[in-house]
Design a protein around this ligand. Structure first.
Ligand SMILES: [Zn+2]
Length: 133
């Protein structure tokens, strides 16, 4: 397991835009349909906006109709971590970057039944698309 990246709040604030900081370091949520939720057939990998770790593959993205980018699995097992989240009166599972603890979104058990059955519902400001990878 790779060493965790740890930075101070001031370092993250200097590196990230205010919206990226709010979502990834303060567990915020972007407005639905505000980001890169559309499905394309382009090859590429989504990386963590904080530490550049590769996290999701465009081929695993699907249209969940929820307004956030949705994937049926992470790029490799262990590149994201999952934590129980009972905030806002809901039972959810939070998804974070395994390398830098960035908050990415949540995983729900209502994904496509023909593949994993999981929906990784991710804030698009938390990930950056690298085409052609
Ligand atoms: Zn990261």
């Amino acid at each position: 397991m790779r060493r965790k990246i740890e930075k101070s709040d001031a370092e993250w604030r200097a590196q990230l835009t205010p919206e990226q900081y709010h979502v990834t370091r303060e567990k915020g949520t972007e407005r639905p349909f505000s980001g890169d939720h559309r499905v394309t057939d382009e090859h590429g990998i989504y990386h963590c906006v904080c530490c550049n770790a590769p996290l999701f593959e465009n081929e695993h993205k699907f249209d969940a109709g929820c307004g956030w980018p949705s994937f049926d699995r992470p790029l490799v097992s262990g590149c994201v971590e999952e934590h129980p989240d009972t905030t806002q009166g809901m039972q959810r599972t939070e998804v974070t970057c395994a390398r830098c603890n960035a908050h990415l979104g949540h995983v729900f058990p209502d994904g496509p039944a023909e593949t994993t059955g999981l929906r990784y519902c991710i804030n698009s400001v938390a990930i950056q698309f690298h085409a052609g990878e």
